[in-house]
Design a protein around this ligand. Structure first.
Ligand code: ATP
Ligand code: MG
Length: 662
């Protein structure tokens, strides 16, 4: 076993190895995207298990999205540590609550709420607030934020005032809605997602015997994506630890994308203050992406403002050269989607597997155009990935039907038996043309394929054996793979990687999202989200946007401000933008670095800002610009006929010499 231990760590670089092989106790890996943080912790778990320091069942690894948890499980399985649990915070809490509830509360845990908005609406009615969808949505997210931030209805008014929150209604009323919501929820005996964490924490904090049993069972804790921990999750984590320090955390402050929901990189950045004896490792070699993608990623995050100390690492690409990222502008969304589908087809023809291709967007509503375009092009896709596979209605129905059918031990040698059972829950011969129906069909087909696999690999496999396999997989959250191009939101893509990534809909109002406009902190969060997107690509990266919503509608969209300084000057998209501004060919039209709007020549150009932008001045750039120009005045006045190009402004930002006429 010494040899297998050595070869396990061979797959790591020296810094990664230092973290993976550190003795039990606190470990913190602070590093950028693609540097092997997740790889390091999965190897650390495997190493601790193989060297006998901990049993796999004593490990609890948590992360934030179901997909990322699935990815961790896959990697752990690959390292032979199937029994280590890798779950989202919510899934872990839900399991624990289910286990402890009968002993401390009642016979069986309350159900999860199925229509949160209805309760929020009822609560809003009692306070005589508007029940418009938008208001309800804002109220619901304000309640979520409060619970994740451990702010009670009583504390809400003072916290909201102190932190100057932009509240959806007068503070006192929001607090009232929150209070009613909690009461209505308790009366209905249901829990929301945050309650899973709150209740589990409360049980562990109040019931010593339960806590002792739990702490005896779990001894080693690992948190991936720790930059997105909320105060509530941190409190649960502390309850799990119960004063112990066997905690490994990894994260990247530049990838904090849930601060609107109360998350903060504070715990990550202050980890060493809390555990002064912690092993701390920083990584900067990027193993995921080509140098071309890495260079773009560095530029994206280099433009971020207010980065906390400890997050200013630059990634250094380790992979061989690859293609330059592509930028493309389209007339409308449909044109953009069908161009993406065409390009996906080219990649498939070039033998990039469909499962290695992702189309990532800001909001789920953007998915539809891509579903349609891919369907028309005959390209298989999956919208939500496999993570909720066993919770899907048709899969649950299929399992129930298979369970009934398995009363008789029919052989699997005829997969037709499985097919005919599944036909009863909607598996047709031919796939439906697309959308949700196609997704359901794909899920059922995946079950058929799993049966085929089992029939081929296990002698005398029969229906009961198949059902047992399915149940085991459901318990381990190990769905059969559904092949296809992934369509996902940027939030859901965190921690994952694909050979080819399409970042679509990169226009103002979508990326950054409209409601972030004018709010510096929100814009920075959108930028980090964009950075997360860029860093998902191993090799092919495509960035696109469109100028109008549909054919014939007004061309009222502008490309995203985040593309500022990224699009090469000689790129057709840059030229098109210039011609749209009515500039003479060859002349440059600079764009506001905040809103992306053109800087008109008669305007006083302040640091590439258009002057209409409500955002604050970029102090850092201002300083650099002053040094560069040798100017003393705070508001730098640029002669009317001089306009900075994107390239010049980037050069100034990076303090490179420039030959521009500015
Ligand atoms: P993110 O911040 O996006 O979650 P990460 O830091 O967790 O990224 P990983 O997903 O662990 O990065 O690693 C990125 C890719 O690089 C993976 O494909 C991983 O297998 C590979 N990789 C990491 N470290 C090494 C290494 N030392 N040698 C070879 N490949 C590596
Ligand atoms: Mg990771």
């Amino acid at each position: 076993s010494r040899q297998s231990r050595a070869s396990l760590l061979d797959g790591l670089d020296p810094e990664q190895r230092a973290a993976a092989a550190a003795p039990r106790g606190p470990v913190c890996v602070l590093a950028g995207a693609g540097t092997g943080k997740t790889r390091t912790i999965t190897h650390r778990i495997a190493h601790l298990v193989r060297s006998g320091h901990v049993a796999p069942g004593q490990v609890l690894a948590v992360t934030f999205t179901t997909r990322a948890a699935g990815e961790m499980r896959t990697r752990l399985r690959g390292l032979g540590v199937d029994a280590a649990q890798a779950l989202t915070f919510h899934a872990a809490a839900r399991r624990q609550l289910r286990y402890f509830w009968p002993r401390v509360v009642g016979d069986r845990p309350w159900d999860l709420i199925d229509n949160k908005f209805r309760l929020v609406a009822q609560a809003a009615q009692r306070v005589r607030l508007s029940t418009e969808t938008e208001v309800l949505r804002d109220l619901a997210s304000e309640i979520e934020w409060s619970k994740a931030s451990l702010v009670s209805p009583d504390d809400y008014p003072s916290v909201a005032a102190r932190t100057q929150r932009d509240t959806p209604a007068p503070v006192a009323q929001v607090a009232e809605v929150y209070r009613w919501y909690e009461e209505l929820k308790t009366n209905a005996q249901v829990l929301d997602f945050d309650d899973l964490l709150l209740q589990t924490t409360a049980v562990l904090e109040k019931h010593e015997a339960v806590a002792a049993e739990f702490r005896d069972r779990y001894r080693c804790f690992v948190v991936d994506e720790y930059q997105d921990v909320t105060p509530l999750q941190q409190r649960l984590l502390d309850a799990w630890l119960g004063g112990r320090d066997d905690l490994t955390v990894v994260g990247d402050a530049n990838q904090t994308i849930y601060s609107f929901g109360g998350a903060s990189p504070k715990s990550l950045l202050e980890f060493t203050r809390r555990f002064p004896e912690a092993t701390v490792v920083r990584l900067e070699r990027d193993y995921r992406s080509t140098p071309q993608v890495v260079a773009l990623a560095n530029r994206v995050i280099g433009a971020a403002r207010g980065r906390p100390a400890g997050s200013r690492l630059k990634l250094v690409g380790q992979r061989p050269d690859g293609p330059e990222p592509r930028f493309a502008e389209y007339e409308d969304e449909a044109a953009e989607a069908s161009a993406v589908a065409r390009r996906v087809r080219e990649l498939l023809d070039a033998e990039v597997p469909a499962s290695e291709i992702a189309v990532l967007f800001r909001v789920n509503a953007q998915s539809e155009a891509y579903e349609q375009a891919l369907t028309e092009a005959g390209i298989p896709y999956l919208v939500r990935g496999g993570e909720r596979f066993f919770q899907r209605t048709e899969v649950r129905q299929a399992m129930a039907a298979l369970r009934t059918a398995s009363m008789e031990p029919t052989s699997l040698e005829l997969v037709t038996a499985v097919r005919s059972v599944l036909a009863r829950v909607g598996l047709t011969e031919q796939p439906p043309s697309g959308g949700a129906a196609k997704e359901r069909w794909d899920a059922l087909l995946a079950l058929v394929e799993l049966a085929e696999e089992l029939a081929a690999s296990v002698e005398d496999a029969d229906l009961p054996r198949f059902v047992a396999e399915l149940e085991q997989r459901a318990a381990a959250q190990h769905p059969p793979t559904v092949e296809g191009v992934t369509l996902a939101s940027l939030h859901a893509a965190k921690g994952l990687e694909w050979d080819a990534v399409f970042l679509v809909g990169l226009s103002e109002g979508t990326m950054p999202i409209l409601h972030a406009d004018g709010d510096d902190a929100a814009i920075e969060e959108e930028r980090r989200l964009f950075y997360v997107g860029v860093t998902r690509a191993r090799e092919h990266l495509s960035l696109s946007w469109s100028l109008s919503r549909g054919p014939g509608s007004r061309r009222n969209r502008r490309r995203s401000r985040f593309l500022y300084g990224l699009i090469p000057e000689d790129h057709p998209a840059a030229r098109i933008a210039r011609s749209q501004q009515g500039a003479k060919p060859g002349s440059n039209v600079a764009r506001c670095r905040l809103c992306g709007g053109p800087l008109v020549q008669t305007m006083e150009v302040k640091l590439g800002r258009c002057g209409k932008c409500p955002s604050t001045v970029d102090e850092e750039l201002l300083e650099k610009l002053k040094t560069w120009r040798g100017e003393r005045s705070r508001e730098l006045k640029v002669p009317a006929f001089v306009v900075f190009t994107d390239a010049t402004l980037m050069a100034i930002a990076e303090q490179r010499p420039t030959d521009d006429g500015a």
